[in-house]
Design a protein around this ligand. Structure first.
Ligand SMILES: Nc1nc2c(ncn2[C@@H]2O[C@H](COP(=O)(O)OP(=O)(O)OP(=O)(O)O)[C@@H](O)[C@H]2O)c(=O)[nH]1
Length: 289
C-alpha cells in the first residue's frame, strides 16, 4: 500500500499526460506545496527540474518523474543520517516538545538497538511527572532495556541522567538513552535543565547524539515549536514520528534544509517495531512512487 505521504496520488494526472506543458509545472508546484515542501524548496526543485528538462530536451512526463525522484534524493542525501554510537557507553539525549512521540520513540529505539544485539539502559529523567516515568519504563522494559527511575518524584533530572550513565559504565551497558522533559511553558527553565543534564553527564562520558523528536503531522508549524531545542540543545539528529498519519512527505526534506540537521530515524506507527533508519534513496522512491 502506498504511504499516506506519497506524492503518487497528487502527481498521477500529471504523469499520465502525454507531454510536459505549462499545466504540468503548475500542478507539480501545487503538489509540492500541498505536501509541505515549503515555498523555498518547492521553487528550488521546480527550477532545477525546468533546467534538466531543457537540457535533456525531453517532453516525456515519465522522464520528469524520474528527475523529480533524483532531485529529491540528491537533496536528502546532502546530510549524513548515520547515528554515531561508537563510544562505550554511547550516551543519547532524546529531546522534544511533549506529545510528539518522545516516549514511544525511546521504546522503539531501544528495541531497534536490542535487535542489533546492543545492550541498552534508559534513564527516566523526565522526573516532573510520575506518569511519564512509568510510561517510558514500560516501553523500555518491553524493548529488553534496563531502566533507571528517579529515587523520588521531582528528583533533579541531571542526577537521574548521571546515575544512568554511571550504571552503564559499571555494568558494561553499551547504549544509554536519556528521556528528558518537554514542557515548553518555561522555555529558559527547560533549556537550563537540559544544559545541566548535559554538563553533568559529560563529567562521566561524552554525549554521542542529541536527538530531537518532531511530529510529522504538525509539519512546519511543529518545527517552530521546537526552535528552542534547535538553538540551545546541540541537536545532532532528528527523529520524525507519525509519518504514517501524515500527508506531508515534503516536510522530510523541508525540515532538513531549514535546520541543517540530518534526519536519523523515522517512526511510522504505534508499535514497538515501527522505527527505521532513514535512507534517502528509499524515501525518495516511496515519495515519488
Ligand atoms: N501513528 C503513530 N502514532 C505515534 C507514533 N509515535 C508516537 N505515536 C503516538 O503519539 C502519542 C504520543 O506519544 P508519546 O510517546 O506518549 O509522546 P511524548 O512526546 O512522550 O508525550 P508525553 O509523554 O505526553 O510528553 C501516542 O498516542 C503514541 O502512540 C508514530 O510513529 N505513528
Amino acid at each position: 500500500m502506498a504511504s499516506p505521504w506519497s506524492l503518487g496520488g497528487a502527481l498521477r494526472g500529471m504523469f499520465a499526460r502525454k507531454t510536459i506543458d505549462d499545466d504540468t509545472w503548475s500542478e507539480l508546484e501545487d503538489a509540492l506545496i500541498a505536501a509541505d515542501f515549503g515555498p523555498d524548496v518547492t521553487d528550488a526543485i521546480v527550477e532545477q527540474l525546468r533546467a534538466n528538462v531543457a537540457r535533456f530536451k525531453t517532453t516525456d512526463p515519465k522522464d520528469l518523474q524520474r528527475m523529480l525522484r533524483e532531485v529529491i534524493e540528491e537533496r536528502l542525501e546532502r546530510l549524513d543520517p548515520t547515528l554515531t554510537l561508537t563510544n562505550r557507553p554511547a550516551v543519547v539525549l532524546v529531546v522534544g516538545v511533549n506529545g510528539v512521540g518522545k516516549t514511544t520513540t525511546i521504546g522503539k529505539f531501544a528495541k531497534f538497538l536490542t535487535n542489533y544485539g546492543r545492550s541498552v539502559i534508559v534513564g527516566a529523567a523526565d522526573t516532573f511527572r510520575a506518569a511519564a516515568v512509568e510510561q517510558v519504563a514500560t516501553w523500555a522494559e518491553r524493548a529488553g532495556a534496563q531502566v533507571v527511575r528517579p529515587e523520588h518524584p521531582g528528583q533533579d533530572p541531571a542526577s537521574v541522567a548521571f546515575q544512568t550513565v554511571e550504571r552503564a559504565q559499571r555494568d558494561g551497558i553499551e547504549i544509554v538513552l536519556i528521556d528528558t522533559a518537554g514542557r515548553l511553558q518555561t522555555k529558559s527553565g527547560l533549556m537550563d535543565e537540559l544544559s545541566k543534564v548535559r554538563r553533568v553527564v559529560e563529567k562521566l562520558a561524552p554525549i554521542a547524539e542529541v536527538l530531537l523528536v518532531l511530529d510529522a503531522t504538525t509539519g512546519q508549524n511543529g518545527l517552530a515549536q521546537a526552535e528552542a531545542f534547535i538553538e540551545h540543545a546541540g541537536v545532532t539528529g532528528l527523529v520524525l514520528t507519525k509519518l504514517d498519519g501524515s500527508a506531508k512527505g515534503g516536510f522530510v526534506l523541508a525540515v532538513q534544509e531549514r535546520t541543517g540537521i540530518p534526519i536519523k530515524l523515522i517512526g511510522q506507527g504505534e508499535s514497538i517495531g515501527d522505527l527505521t533508519g532513514f535512507t534517502a534513496r528509499v524515501f525518495a522512491a516511496q515519495l515519488v512512487a
